[in-house]
Design a protein around this ligand. Sequence first.
Ligand SMILES: C[C@@](CO)(OP(=O)(O)O)[C@H](O)COP(=O)(O)OP(=O)(O)OC[C@H]1O[C@@H](n2ccc(N)nc2=O)[C@H](O)[C@@H]1O
Ligand SMILES: Nc1ncnc2c1ncn2[C@@H]1O[C@H](COP(=O)(O)OP(=O)(O)O)[C@@H](O)[C@H]1O
Length: 288
Amino acid sequence: MLYIKAPAKINLTLDVLYKRPDNYHEVEMVMTTVDLADRIGLELRKDGKIAISSSSGIVPEDERNLAYQAAMLLKNTYQIEEGATIYIEKEIPVAAGLAGGSSDAAATLRGLNKLWNLNLSIDTLAELGAKIGSDVPFCVYGGTALATGRGEKIQHLPAPPTCWVILAKPKLGVSTAKIYEGLNLESIEHPNTKQMIQALEEKDYSLMCKSLGNVLETVTCSVYPEVGFIKEHMLRFGVDAALMSGSGPTVFGFVKSESRLNRVYNGLKGFCEEVYAVRMLGKRNSLA
Ligand SMILES: C[C@@](CO)(OP(=O)(O)O)[C@H](O)COP(=O)(O)OP(=O)(O)OC[C@H]1O[C@@H](n2ccc(N)nc2=O)[C@H](O)[C@@H]1O
Ligand SMILES: Nc1ncnc2c1ncn2[C@@H]1O[C@H](COP(=O)(O)OP(=O)(O)O)[C@@H](O)[C@H]1O
């Protein structure tokens, strides 16, 4: 069995520039991977079938699964006769703004590239990934990047300064499409993407904290007040900065010291079931 790690992402910034004629939004986002990851196991099948099984209980195990779509895309594009059984050990909360499905699809592309001896470059895998979802190309590369277009154009950036990341997910799932739809383009408060990039280049922790911003946050908070409630409490318990990731509902916060990490973690655990304390990953994925 071949195992591939599929890490979650967080959005350090998420800006929307305009709505495109194809109904996607033109975005500008700084994204980075964190050490909260699904594990994808891949096994060769001689019968040509793609089969999915998952530890989650809630993600679909058929053609709706993004890992299944990734496998079929590779199989059809390169006329592969072999198949694969794909085991998904789910650690990343589902529909949480952490790109769990996209990361599973990206890991499947990287893994099957090896299992089926395709020798495709990472850029080719990222290009294919864009056909599955806007976040898949970033997840193919991992690390830290500026994503533009509908999210599929990737420019690599330096890793963020080291710190702890606390993630808290209220008990609800969010539809990304609905949140983008709810955005009022006239009243957007744009984050300072350039300043965030400068913070990464200079490894300036406090500038990174100051530059966090996500235009979807107010939309999700107005539909789900729990998200704002969690963010408020995270800040009150002592994180240096906090923000909702992607379309939500997960909120992340940064701290430097382990003692503060414990205080925030324990405080949040009092009323939120799903809380994680992880490190940024920093490093980009290599080919499997
Ligand atoms: C908001 C973000 C931020 O990283 O992440 P999540 O909250 O999903 O993790 C992404 O833009 C989500 O990317 P992803 O989840 O891959 O989206 P897709 O499957 O491509 O699109 C789902 C739907 O979201 C809307 N969408 C997505 C991307 C984009 N740039 N503009 C959009 O309007 C469209 O309505 C689309 O039909
Ligand atoms: N491998 C997968 N893991 C998680 N969700 C998946 C997967 N494949 C398809 N999905 C579907 O994709 C939707 C979004 O899930 P996910 O990628 O976890 O969230 P987000 O887009 O908020 O980051 C869910 O409704 C889920 O049913």
